[in-house]
Design a protein around this ligand. Structure first.
Ligand code: C2E
Ligand code: CA
Ligand code: CA
Length: 246
């Protein structure tokens, strides 16, 4: 993996997030690894390995730098720029220098905090709750949006949730997949959406693939979506075209 960074085998695809009218509200940066022999390796395969070996720190830095470099280009091109979200692993969030890293990244790329969002999985947050509250409070004070990824899979206590300085809950794909077909899944989605609203947070559903899912989620009060039904992850060139001709 270290070799991949040096050999410049990583690149990023961006997946648009949309509102109920299909308008773009942001993008998620998703890392891709083009291996010369194996072809494209899924992040679901190499991110967990990278986490074990702490190489995730280097990868995470690489992604942040690449995403903010791109964000700066879109700003310079004069687009009505939306926040770009970057996935942050547990090790990265817990690293001594995380706050400095975020501050420096924003300054180095001359990007306002409000144009960055970080996505952290629920499991990471509940593991080290006190430290997360501390770190995220500072990060949020920079204007950065904070989103809980894969929400609904980590058994957060509501008391903890309330104490975290959050902006967005992201409903895990597992509940979205059959929310239009299975009562239990729909009820879980409804519970998450109501929870978000009662805590004054935004809510977005990920992995949305069908109209039926969208309609169900809208009827439950969720109006932000990310998924193949709207847009697949795509290269920066495609995103630029999308921004030119929305
Ligand atoms: P995630 O953060 O939950 O990202 C969403 C994943 O769902 C992405 O997979 C995306 O391509 C996929 N997806 C989006 N819409 C749909 C849909 O409608 N249907 C289906 N079936 N899938 C959809 P991807 O890109 O393979 O990433 C997998 C995971 O790898 C991510 O899950 C995230 O946990 C991790 N990851 C990706 N990039 C990074 C990164 O830069 N840093 C870290 N720490 N983790 C990353
Ligand atoms: Ca994510
Ligand atoms: Ca997710």
């Amino acid at each position: 993996i270290k070799h991949a960074i040096i050999a410049e085998q990583f690149y990023i695809d961006y997946q648009p997030k949309v509102n109920s009218k299909g308008g773009i509200i942001g993008f998620e940066a998703l890392i891709r690894w083009y291996h010369p022999d194996k072809g494209i390796v899924s992040p679901a395969d190499f991110i967990p390995i990278a986490e074990e070996t702490h190489l995730i720190i280097d990868i995470g830095k690489w992604v942040m730098n690449a995403a903010l470099t791109q964000q700066r280009k879109w700003i310079d091109l004069g687009f009505a720029v939306k926040p770009i979200s970057v996935n942050i692993s547990g090790h990265q969030l817990m690293a001594e220098d995380f706050i400095t890293f975020i501050k420096d990244s924003l300054v180095d790329h001359n990007v306002e905090g409000r144009l960055l969002e970080i996505e952290i999985t629920e499991g990471v947050l509940i593991n080290e709750i006190e430290r997360c509250i501390e770190v995220l409070t500072v990060v949020k004070s920079l204007g950065v949006h904070i989103s809980i990824d894969d929400f609904g899979t980590g058994y957060s206590s509501l008391n903890y949730l309330r104490r975290l300085p959050l902006d967005i809950l992201k409903i895990d794909r597992a509940f979205v997949r059959e929310c239009d077909a299975i009562d239990e899944d729909r009820e879980i989605c409804a519970a998450i959406i109501n929870l978000a609203h009662s805590m004054d947070l935004s809510v977005i559903a990920e992995g949305v693939e069908t109209k039926a899912q969208v309609e169900t989620l809208m009827s439950l009060g969720c109006h932000n979506f990310q998924g193949f039904y709207y847009h697949k992850p795509m290269g920066r060139q495609k995103i630029t075209e999308l921004l030119i001709q929305p």
